[in-house]
Design a protein around this ligand. Structure first.
Ligand code: SAH
Length: 467
């Protein structure tokens, strides 16, 4: 087994739980046994002698064992530790890891997704000790079948189940590291055994339903840093030509696993959407509650808001015409077609324009949701990103009625919670308004946060009342 020996002091971050070794932290790479009786010791090798994807041991400068890792000599992240011990990787390893990850999902107490009806992220890469592997599981039925069989609106899980039988499930999988990509066959075989043959049993003793199809969604830019091509498509089973409908907090949402952004539906905001919906109230006693869902994508927040209060009029704004088409389908499935409208626009321009257009504070919004894409993908992009975050937050605060609520999110891990909150403080000061923090939230529990690995703590969702 090859061994990567780190420079002095570089082990600290790893001992705290961070699984990455950067190329500039490596002192030397050794090959061969630690010592041969009477013979030569290990030989020094170069980075280029490492085979992409192979497993190596990582040790501190004092030769303390740190763990076993997959290497990629072509990436700045030269090694990703997958185990604290000398564990081999085969199908059995992946079965173990995947089972453990699913079990942790079911142990999240009141926050646990019910895997019989909720879609959930089953594996969240490094935070589940599977560096670069993401698996989302979607539970539902093909939209076409529902449209043919169930006319009830709002559509309920029970009505669909009564008409079409138990839901099916589909997996969306992302291989984001060389180590995982090169082991895709073992991973798929392990998944099949865990989820299909064994019919994974969760605590209430009911096996999970069979998996109907697996879609690869390896389209994240980080693949390019690993020297891997972007690729997507069906890799196992079947997928309905038409879209599928899942239920989130008992509300139906359509998604297209093949064409959707990321994996088709942003599961990490599940709890935040439910919590935000509890703040759909009139700020000034008017019966019309005005809600703006900015960066709405398929309407996750907006639909929850409209469903929560019959007085709510929701405007979903997004730059993607396709996403807005799905908002309209989602509104129809939820029986909310008359209270959810869509606007295809750049949110920056929309807010600027709204400030010019709406002069009467009575017409300001009662609730504004800001859920932009990650403006800061890297730490170096942070300053520019902060200007963008501040601009939309400032304008949103300006457009809220006294007593109105701002739900403001950022999914940039490079922007930490403290700086995010300070950005809001500055935006409120510039707007000359006072804010009360009602809640400050993170991603849902099926996107675990691994302590010491700050990249896994990425989603921030602040809820503030403007007074
Ligand atoms: N709130 C959504 C997720 C938002 S993802 C949910 O709950 O599911 C970010 C969205 O922002 C994407 O749909 C993308 O199309 C949109 N987007 C990105 N830049 C934009 C811009 N400048 N103006 C409007 N929409 C934008």
């Amino acid at each position: 087994m090859k061994r990567i020996i780190l420079k002095p002091g570089e082990e600290k971050r790893i001992l705290q739980g961070h699984p990455w070794v950067y190329d500039n932290e490596v002192e030397v790479i050794l090959d061969g046994p630690a010592s041969k009786p009477g013979g030569a010791g290990p030989v020094k090798i170069e980075v280029k002698d490492l085979i992409p994807g192979e497993a190596v041991d990582v040790e501190s400068s004092r030769k303390a064992y740190l763990g076993r890792a997959f290497v990629n000599p072509n990436s700045k992240i030269i090694a990703r530790i997958y185990s604290p011990s000398k564990e081999g990787v085969d199908k059995g390893f992946f079965k173990h890891r995947i089972r453990d990850a699913i079990e942790r999902r079911t142990l999240a107490g009141g926050m646990a997704p019910d895997l019989h009806r909720d879609s959930a992220r089953l594996v969240f890469a490094e935070a589940d000790f599977l560096p670069g592997l993401i698996i989302d599981r979607f539970v539902g039925w093909p939209l076409k079948d529902i449209q043919n069989a169930v006319t009830l609106r709002p559509l309920t899980f029970e009505a669909v189940e009564a008409a079409l039988g138990p839901p099916q499930s589909w997996l969306a999988i992302q291989f984001l590291s060389f180590g995982m990509d090169s082991r895709r066959e073992e991973i798929l075989a392990a998944l099949e055994e865990v989820l299909e043959q064994d019919g994974f049993i969760i605590p209430d003793d009911v096996p999970l339903g069979k998996c109907a199809g697996i879609v690869e969604k390896s389209t994240a830019k980080v693949r390019e840093l690993e020297g891997l091509p972007l690729q997507e498509g069906l890799i196992r089973g079947s997928f309905p030509v038409e879209e599928i409908v899942i239920f989130e907090n008992d509300l139906p949402f359509m998604l297209n696993l093949i064409d959707g952004q990321k994996t088709g539906h942003f599961l990490d905001q599940r709890d935040n959407r439910r919590v935000a919906a509890a703040y759909v109230q009139s700020a000034n006693g008017s019966p019309d509650i005005r809600v703006l869902d900015a960066f709405s994508y398929t309407g996750g927040f907006g639909i929850h808001a409209a469903a929560a209060n019959p007085g709510a009029q929701v405007t979903c704004v997004d730059a993607s015409a396709e996403a807005l088409e799905t908002v309209r389908i989602n509104a129809e499935l939820n029986g909310l077609g008359d209270r959810v409208s869509t606007v295809e626009a750049d949110v920056f321009e929309y807010l600027r324009d709204a400030e010019r257009r709406i002069k009467d504070p009575q017409e300001y919004y009662d609730l504004i949701i800001l859920d932009p894409p990650a403006f800061a993908k890297t730490r170096s992009a942070l300053e520019g990103a902060l200007r963008g975050y501040k601009e939309i937050n400032l304008r949103a605060i300006n457009m809220l009625k006294p007593g109105g609520v701002l739900v403001t999110c950022s999914c940039s891990h490079a922007l930490d919670e403290t700086r995010f909150r300070y950005m809001i403080t500055e935006a409120a000061a510039d707007a000359g308004r006072r804010l009360i923090m009602l809640d400050f939230r993170r991603q849902a529990a099926d996107h675990p946060v691994l302590v010491g690995y700050d990249e896994s703590l990425y989603l921030k969702c602040g809820i503030y009342r403007v007074v």
